[in-house]
Design a binder for this molecule. Structure first.
Ligand code: FAD
Ligand code: FMN
Length: 612
């Protein structure tokens, strides 16, 4: 909104999040649409019965009490949407049970209100090496730091999401739970921990947490309806037609290799139809894909375990042939701690038991990195009955892919992905990744079950005049294709600078022609490239960033947003270090201030990462 217009309006009572949402909603709309929204809002306001109620609505979301003693606050810290989704379900269940509830992402939680908080539920995942999700860094630092207030009035409960194959399993939730108790809070229920197949554990924890929260809030809580049954968490919300649990079968419009024939790794550009799905997305979101395991892999499993794929297996109230369990419902390509434990016990393998011991983390991580489950079954044989196998294997989980298209440019009925196909040889045989191989083979006869995973933290600036710096080597470039398309479609005036890298310019310069055209048309202002194997010495995007540090710092100082997408283990860490270095070198900031500067950018949403 321009400054002159802003000065004509009274100060808004909307919070910063809602203002940002409004700005995004209205950005680029034609005057007729803006007038329609104004009329719609006026009509909605006119239907509200009294001025008093209008005031309450303006201060807090409908149904939310402003008295901390009378409300339940649910905070979620999420990187890939699981904790967010669970918190939303929890909130819907709380509302259905008549509890006044406010639901907040950790990044939007007003820290100054923590001291007054009375009933708090936190759902949070662990990322990186036991680190908080980006959106929750400020929340965790405050709570774990010296400035955290005493919380003797607080009743709380924490649910942690994690992956027990990581050395620091649920480290963030463990730390928060301990700290909240240390600050004087009393647990409503004990710390919940949910592994990758989190649904069951999370659902049980949520039901218990909600039950005790309801008791704690007392039947006097505004809107509470005595005697009303508490809904089970996974029953309550009314969701859109298609979501994670009810994916849309998307037709494949295009599925094309976009690296040269000589390239050692296959990368594909895939276009899927959303027509008739009701699904909507924004640049920055991801698509969730429910894969089907490769048919030849299922056959290999059956052969190695000498099991009959046609034999019927009943599990969790469902009865179907073993081959179908393995193809559609069980994780066959990702090795996990519970499976290593089960295999060690089933086969009585001491060597495996040793690797699982607490002091053997490096050997265990190495085992996970170098073996798919079938490699383990071959190397450490064990006898499995079909039903026990289905019970021991983890349910198949969807994979996420950053969206590589903007609905503003390609229309909202299609969505594009950039997929690197996991395909390699190990232990003397060919190995595939479940989802990338499934996507690579998808065509006219094989619709892809998908849902949209929103990513509110990874958004273009609402004010299109801000510059953006995008760092996306490899398939990390996908969301930046969406960003550049979006900025072009809405006529954003800010500059766009892309850092891209891969191995060879001749083989895997993804979307080369599009970037060159974008440079010509002005949709892209700068493109800096790093092809690691074109020259003797390895060059990566982080080096390019360092080389252009002075300008990068100037762009950021003048309000630019910086985005990083792709490899979490190396690239994103290095880029983070280089940004600190740039602040020190070109902003003359001492190390502590450089860190605070970058943390502030992250907090403001001007530094956003989508890494995996
Ligand atoms: C937010 C987000 C966005 C993402 N965006 C994209 C994207 O835009 N494009 C994209 O391609 N991916 C993206 N990913 C990654 C994607 O979700 C999948 O993880 C990836 O495609 C692999 O899944 P898969 O099912 O094919 O392999 P899986 O079946 O999950 O894994 C195969 C197994 O093989 C192992 N493995 C793989 N390679 C080797 C090797 N060379 N040697 C030994 N073992 C190996 C792995 O450790 C794994 O255990 C994203 C992930 C996230 C979280
Ligand atoms: C890059 C990456 C790093 C992770 N690191 C950890 C970790 O250190 N400890 C852990 O328990 N889980 C770890 N996980 C697992 C996540 O916590 C788990 O997938 C969780 O369900 C994600 O929830 P979210 O979508 O709310 O972020 C990691 C996952 C990813 C993708």
């Amino acid at each position: 909104m321009n400054a002159a217009l802003k000065s004509l309006l009274p100060a808004p009572s909307l919070d910063a999040d809602r203002l940002a949402l409004l700005a995004r909603l209205t950005q680029g709309l034609a005057p007729a649409d803006l007038y329609w929204i104004a009329a719609y809002s006026a009509a909605t306001a006119a239907r509200l019965p009294t001025h008093a109620e209008l005031t309450v609505v303006a201060q807090a979301p409908a149904g939310t009490s402003n008295d901390p003693a009378q409300r339940l606050t649910i905070v979620h810290g999420s990187q890939t949407g699981n904790s967010r989704r669970l918190a939303e379900q929890l909130s819907a269940s709380a509302e259905a049970a008549g509890l006044p509830v406010r639901l907040l992402r950790a990044g939007a939680y007003p820290l100054r209100e923590l001291a007054q908080e009375r009933h708090l539920l936190v759902v949070i995942s662990s990322q990186g090496d036991g680190e908080p999700p980006d959106d929750a860094i400020g929340f965790c630092e405050f709570l774990l730091g010296k400035r955290a207030p005493k919380l003797h009035q607080l009743k709380f409960a924490v649910l942690g999401l994690g992956d027990s194959s990581y050395p620091k399993y649920c480290a963030v939730s463990r730390a928060l739970d301990a700290r909240l108790a240390e600050l004087g809070g009393r647990r409503l229920v004990g710390l919940g921990e949910a592994d990758v197949d989190f649904e069951e554990a999370a659902s049980a924890w949520s039901a218990r947490a909600l039950d005790t929260a309801r008791q704690a809030l007392g039947e006097s809580a505004t809107g509470a309806q005595p005697g009303r049954t508490l809904h089970a968490v996974n029953e309550a919300p009314v969701r859109p037609l298609h979501g994670r649990a009810s994916p849309f079968a998307a037709a494949v419009l295009e599925n094309q290799r976009i690296v040269s024939r000589d390239c050692e790794r296959e990368v594909r550009h895939i276009e899927l139809s959303l027509e008739g799905s009701g699904l909507r997305y924004e640049a920055g979101d991801a698509v969730g894909v429910w894969p089907r395991n490769p048919a030849q892999l299922v056959e290999q499993w059956l052969a190695v375990l000498k099991l009959d794929g046609a034999s019927e297996v009943e599990h969790d109230g469902r009865r179907q042939p073993l081959a179908r369990w393995l193809s559609e419902n069980r994780e066959l390509t990702r090795l996990t701690r519970p499976l290593v434990v089960a295999q060690a016990e089933a086969g009585g393998h001491d060597e495996l038991r040793r690797v699982l011991a607490p002091g053997e983390q490096a050997a265990f991580s190495d085992l996970l990195a170098t073996h798919q489950p079938l490699d383990l079954l071959r190397r450490f044989p064990a006898h499995w009955e079909a039903a026990a196998l289905v019970a021991a294997l983890r349910p198949l989980t969807p994979r996420l892919y950053s969206i590589a298209s903007s609905p503003a440019l390609v229309g909202s009925d299609e969505v594009h992905l950039t997929v690197s196909v996991v395909e390699y040889t190990a232990h003397g045989s060919a190995h595939l990744g479940a989802a990338s191989a499934f996507l690579a083979a998808a065509g006219d006869d094989t619709p892809v079950p998908i849902f949209i995973e929103p990513n509110e933290r990874f958004r273009l600036p609402t004010d299109g005049s801000h510059d953006v710096i995008m760092i996306g080597p490899g398939t990390g470039v996908a969301p930046f294709r969406a960003f550049v398309q979006e900025r072009q479609a809405i006529g954003a005036s800010g500059r766009n600078w892309l850092f891209f890298g891969n191995r060879h310019s001749r083989h895997d310069f993804l979307y080369q022609v599009e970037w060159q055209e974008a440079l010509r048309s002005g949709a892209l202002d700068r493109l800096d490239l790093a092809f690691s194997r074109d020259t003797g010495g390895r060059t990566y995007v982080q080096q390019r960033l360092r080389e252009h540090g002075r300008e990068v710092y100037a762009w950021l100082r003048d309000g630019a947003h910086v985005y990083v997408c792709g490899d979490a283990a190396h690239m994103a860490r290095d880029v983070h270090e280089v940004l600190l270095e740039i602040a020190a070198t070109h902003g003359q900031l001492p190390p502590d201030e450089a860190k605070a500067w970058l943390a502030e950018l992250l907090q403001q949403g001007r530094y956003a990462r989508d890494v995996y």
